[in-house]
Design a protein around this ligand. Structure first.
Ligand code: PLP
Length: 405
């Protein structure tokens, strides 16, 4: 088959559901922060597969770990004890204050499982009838029926009515409203500390402390969706560490197994009591193959101080992008985010800028129409960010001139 974009597009229209608005690019291979297309053109990857390939593409040690495990044992099922899950669970739990893990296959599945756990915990452990979960407007928690219902963005819910009952959406950073939404039905508050799909919007520190206090006061569970923000992305292993929070449940996925599909629910012992034998399960979750990839990922992160790297490179990226902001007048409203989860909020719709960046060889994402979202591999060299900042500045100057003329 020809690999030019026209042919790929035609074949795709014929064979695939047209759910994705594709970028005009097809990647043949990738290594580190470099993507190569079918014409052998190279791109700097500032997206890392949407915060999945945090250690860069095809990291040789991870590729070796995957191949080695693939030759030994790929899958048995969760009917058997699995040493690989235990090795991984021990390491993963050592990154946070939680006690137990349930392995699954994606972010949505981790959040779906967290929602089920909240409900079952209230019913079976606390023996009450609380079931409602407060989530935030502009949040994103996934595309399954429950996680779509939890998500606070109307545009992706169209046509799927009736959604699952039991979710209330609060305005982010509004303490009074959050308090007023708590009733005798409320079971949990679930949030991302930085709303990723929502445009890289960090919640306010005071608000997050208020959420923590409110949960303690009302006996609610605090569920933090770290699917995008976890695994060192924000300069701490988990983003909630920046705020000193003490969640009852964390959900993880994306970068967990460096590109193999894996999700995890991490829970306090008390909450994990809700998950009795037979209450929740998955065929593929935590297979030896994905566990080997995840375990190697954690090992490399620890050995190479990747979390610190993310914090330091993130600080550097923020500095140089802020300089671009100062030099280009009012083209950039704000540089926001933490570590290497950064949003460049433009003061105008960003499609043309995004397109020009792609033409110049930079792959990143445009979210909420005017936010250039950067989620590069956490080990990206600073020179690549320098090149990006210089090109962004040139493009913004061009756009400014075009606007003025
Ligand atoms: N939660 C958050 C915060 C996300 O960013 C995403 C995906 O972007 C999800 C959940 C859903 O994850 P998945 O696409 O693996 O189902």
């Amino acid at each position: 088959m020809h690999t030019d974009l026209d042919t790929l597009q035609k074949e795709e229209e014929k064979y695939l559901c047209s759910t994705y608005g594709r970028y005009p690019l097809a990647i043949k291979s990738a290594r580190g922060y470099t993507l190569t297309d079918y014409e052998d053109r190279e791109y700097t990857d500032l997206l890392a597969g949407i915060s999945v390939c945090n250690l860069g593409h095809c990291h040789p040690e991870i590729s070796r770990a995957i191949c080695g495990q693939a030759e030994k044992l790929v899958h048995t099922s969760n009917l058997f004890f699995q040493k690989e899950q235990l090795d991984l669970a021990r390491e993963l739990l050592s990154t946070c204050g939680l006690d137990k893990v349930f392995f699954c296959n994606s972010g949505a599945e981790a959040n779906e499982g967290a929602i089920k756990t909240v409900r079952r915990y209230m019913r079976m452990v606390r023996e009450n009838n609380r079931f409602e979960i407060i989530t935030l407007k502009n949040s994103f928690h996934g595309r399954t029926m429950a996680t779509l219902s939890a998500t606070g963005q109307e545009k992706i819910k169209q046509g799927f009515d009736p959604l699952l009952p039991g979710f209330v959406h609060a305005e982010p950073n509004d303490e009074a409203e959050l308090r007023s939404l708590c009733t005798e039905k409320t079971a949990a508050i679930m949030l991302e500390v930085i709303q990723g799909e929502g445009g890289v919007v960090p919640l306010k520190k005071d608000y997050l402390h208020f959420v923590q206090k409110l949960c303690a006061e009302k006996g609610l569970l605090l569920v933090i969706d770290e699917v995008q923000t976890g695994m060192g992305r924000t300069g701490r292993f988990w983003a909630h560490e920046h705020f000193g929070l003490n969640p009852d449940i964390i959900t993880s996925a994306k970068a967990l197994a460096s590109g193999l599909p894996m999700g995890a629910i991490l829970l306090k012992d008390e909450v994990a009591r809700a998950l009795a034998p037979g209450s929740h399960a998955t065929t593929f979750g935590g297979s030896p193959l994905v566990c080997a990839a995840a375990l190697k990922t954690l090992e490399i992160m620890k050995r190479d101080n990747v979390v610190r790297m993310s914090a330091e490179t993130g600080e550097y990226a923020r500095e140089i992008l802020n300089r671009v902001r100062e030099r280009t007048g009012d083209m950039i409203e704000e540089i926001r985010g933490m570590g290497l989860m950064l949003g460049v909020k433009l003061s105008f719709p960003g499609k043309r800028v995004w397109r020009k960046l792609l033409e110049r060889g930079f792959v990143l994402n445009l979210t909420q129409e005017s936010v250039l979202r950067l989620l590069p591999p956490l080990n990206i060299p600073r020179e690549q960010l320098d090149k990006f900042a210089a090109d962004l500045e040139k493009i913004l100057e061009e756009e400014k001139k075009a606007k003025e003329s």
